[in-house]
Design a protein around this ligand. Sequence first.
Ligand code: ATP
Ligand code: ZN
Length: 294
Amino acid sequence: MEKLTIAIQKSGRLTDKTLNILSQCGLEFHIKKDVLFASCASYPAELMLVRDDDIPAYIANGTCDLGFVGENVLEEKVLKNNNYDLDIPIIKKMNYGKCRLSIAVPKEQYFESVKDLEGKVIATSYPNILNDFLKAQGVDAKATMINGAVEITPKLNVADAICDIVSTGGTLKANGLKEVAQIYQSECVLVESPKSICDEKRKMIDQLLQRLDGVLSAQNTKYVMMNASKASLDKIKEILPGAEEPSIMPLAQSSDKVAVHIVCKEEVFWKTIEQLKAAGASSILVLPIEKYIQ
Ligand code: ATP
Ligand code: ZN
């Protein structure tokens, strides 16, 4: 029987979230310390635990069938290998691992537009994405490759500016830098090997994608139940964000009131619940949805 080989980051920011989502899809892995592969008792799949930077190459040459990786890492490798036509299809955006690649300069440095980077040295672990951006902007600056701790290079006089991953901006601030241009938006994506995949594996991938859809579409969705008067139904639909057509059920011993069940595609906040109450709803229940198959 065929087995899907799935590459994930061994240890880093994407690891827990990826394992968690795979587990929600019914794929539980038995991970031992310091091993490259992990087996799965509940699905014909095995995990390959590697550095995120190696995932695009393993996917490109067919060592793995699927991989979870940051778009930033994927784009950097794809640009680097452009001459060899590295073509790795993204089959799902995962909605976690969100970050941006930004240019930052020392906070006291004058900066009005990217043209001010002309002639400057910019330290980065993403020289290909950076050069692509600079070229598109018509700016002649030098990208210097630095692996790790890019943010300290201006202080060390190694570079005039940096181009690095930012999520909150806290690290930049702590190093006396200001973010001046966002050049790339990224999130974790699921990629598939461009090498031919047999029918059996194709079926498994389709099944996994359907399960992922079920788990991802349930994120932030809520199942809201309440009692309300028939007259207030339009108002209730207006109040609930992203609500679908509600299910309406009669209540025993009441001709005017009904039970309303609605799947809400957005977070339901306290304010929304208070508005529902003001519109005449009572016995309001808000439940999380684990899986949502449309
Ligand atoms: P490895 O040892 O696997 O090479 P790494 O140090 O290169 O790990 P991490 O710092 O764990 O990588 O980040 C992995 C990915 O998580 C990044 O490439 C990026 O896509 C995403 N990410 C999300 N938020 C952040 C952030 N604040 N800083 C860095 N990466 C982030
Ligand atoms: Zn890495």
